[in-house]
Design a protein around this ligand. Structure first.
Ligand SMILES: [Zn+2]
Length: 364
C-alpha cells in the first residue's frame, strides 16, 4: 500500500516537474487520475450510471486533508486551496462555502473490507478545479495571506476527528516548546449544561453547546494544519469541564491565546455577534477583540454588535489574552435560520480561524 503510494507520488512528481504551465499540469493530473482509475489503483464504483471515486484515496493522493465526522455524518476536505463540505447521503456539497448540487449523493461504501467515502468523480474533479479550466474560476477560500501556503503543503489524512484531550503533566508542557504558538479553544458549555437560551425560544434547532462544539472542531482542524501551532481543546465531545478546569488547562499549558466560543440569547429582536474581553485598563486586548469581531462578522455574515469589556470567569481567570465570542443569537429567528444553514459552520469557523491568525501576527 505504502509502496504503491510512493510510485504514484513519483509519477505525479515527474509530470509536475516536466511541465510549467498550470493548465497543462491540471490536464495531465486529470489524465493521471483517469489512468489510476482505469488501472484500479484508485477505488471506484458504479451506481445508477454514475462513476464514484473513493474521496479518501483521491484526497490522500493529492496530499490534501480529509476528515469524517461520524456524528454529523459530514466530510471536511481541505485540498488544492479548496474547502469542501460533503454530507453522507446528500446530493449537495459546499465548495468554499458555496452551495453546489451533485448528480448523485455521497455515500459510505465498503469495498474490499475498507469503508470509503464515495463521491461522483465528475463532481470531485470540478470542485478541485482539476478539469474545465476554461470555466470561470471558483471563489477561493480567502485564507490568511501569509500563512495560507502552510496549510496547502500539509499532508495529514485522518479518517475521524481525532483530538487528544491534553495531558497536564510536565512531559506535555515540554512538548509545547516545539511550537511557536499554543492556543486553547474552548467550546462553551457541554454535558449537563446545554447553554442558552435558559428560557424563551431557540430558533437554531440545536442546543448552544452543540453549535459551539461544531465551530470549535472545525477551527481546531484548520489550526492543526499549521506546524507552528499547537491547539488544545477544553472539550471535544458532549462533556462539561468546569470553568476553573478550562482556565487551568490554558494556564498550565502557558497558552498564548484562549478563545471561547459561545452563542447568545436574549429577545427575538436582537441578533448579531459580540466579542467579549476583560481588560480593566482597556488598552491592549481591545485591539485583539476588534480583530476577532471584524473577522467573525465578515465571514459569518452576522450583524456587528461590537465589543464588550466584561469580567466573565474564563476571561478574568486566564493568564494570557483571552476572548469570548458570542457568534450569533440562538433566540433570534434571523440568526437561528443562519445557524441551521450548513454553510454557517464553515463561514463562522473560517472567521474565527482567520481572526486567530491575524491576532497571532499582531502578538509577534
Ligand atoms: Zn454560552
Amino acid at each position: 500500500m505504502q509502496y504503491r503510494k510512493i510510485i504514484i507520488v513519483f509519477i505525479l512528481f515527474t509530470f509536475f516537474t516536466t511541465l510549467s504551465n498550470a493548465q497543462d499540469k491540471n490536464s495531465i493530473l486529470e489524465t493521471t487520475i483517469h489512468n489510476l482509475v482505469r488501472d484500479q489503483v484508485l477505488t471506484t464504483s458504479l451506481r445508477d450510471g454514475e462513476t464514484f471515486i473513493s474521496t479518501d484515496e483521491l484526497i490522500d493522493l493529492l496530499e490534501g486533508d480529509i476528515t469524517f465526522d461520524s456524528t454529523s455524518q459530514e466530510v471536511y476536505i481541505l485540498c488544492k486551496n479548496t474547502f469542501i463540505l460533503l454530507s453522507i447521503d446528500e446530493s449537495f456539497a459546499y465548495v468554499n462555502g458555496t452551495y453546489t448540487a451533485m448528480d448523485a449523493p455521497t455515500q459510505l461504501e465498503v469495498i474490499d473490507d475498507k469503508t470509503h467515502i464515495m463521491t461522483p468523480i465528475n463532481f470531485m474533479l470540478d470542485a478541485l478545479q482539476i478539469r474545465d479550466l476554461s470555466d470561470e474560476p471558483m471563489f477561493e477560500v480567502p485564507l490568511h495571506p501569509t500563512l495560507s501556503e502552510d496549510i496547502m503543503s500539509e499532508q495529514t489524512t485522518e479518517d475521524v476527528i481525532d483530538v487528544q484531550l491534553p495531558l497536564t503533566d510536565e512531559e506535555e508542557i515540554d512538548g509545547n516548546k516545539n511550537y511557536e504558538y499554543i492556543i486553547v479553544i474552548d467550546p462553551g458549555h457541554g454535558g449537563n449544561d446545554p447553554g442558552k437560551p435558559n428560557d424563551g425560544e431557540n430558533y437554531a434547532g440545536m442546543d448552544e453547546k452543540v453549535a459551539n462544539l461544531n465551530l470549535a472542531l472545525i477551527v481546531n482542524e484548520l489550526l492543526s494544519q499549521h506546524d507552528e501551532i499547537k491547539v488544545y481543546m477544553t472539550r471535544t465531545d458532549d462533556t462539561y469541564p468546569t470553568l476553573k478546569e478550562r482556565c487551568n488547562l490554558a494556564n498550565e499549558m502557558e497558552a498564548d491565546l484562549f478563545i471561547s466560543i459561545h452563542h447568545n440569547s436574549f429577545a427575538p429582536i436582537v441578533n448579531g455577534t459580540e466579542t467579549y474581553y476583560y481588560d480593566p485598563e482597556n488598552e491592549t486586548l481591545v485591539t485583539l477583540a476588534n480583530i476577532m469581531q471584524k473577522n467573525v462578522t465578515a465571514y459569518a455574515g452576522t450583524k456587528d454588535r461590537g465589543l464588550r469589556n466584561e469580567s466573565k470567569y474564563v476571561l478574568s481567570h486566564t493568564d494570557m489574552p483571552a476572548l469570548l465570542i458570542e457568534v450569533a443569537y440562538m433566540s433570534s429567528p434571523i440568526d437561528g435560520q443562519l445557524i441551521q444553514a450548513p454553510e454557517y459552520k464553515i463561514h463562522s469557523s473560517l472567521g474565527i480561524y482567520n481572526g486567530i491568525l491575524e491576532i497571532l501576527e499582531t502578538l509577534k
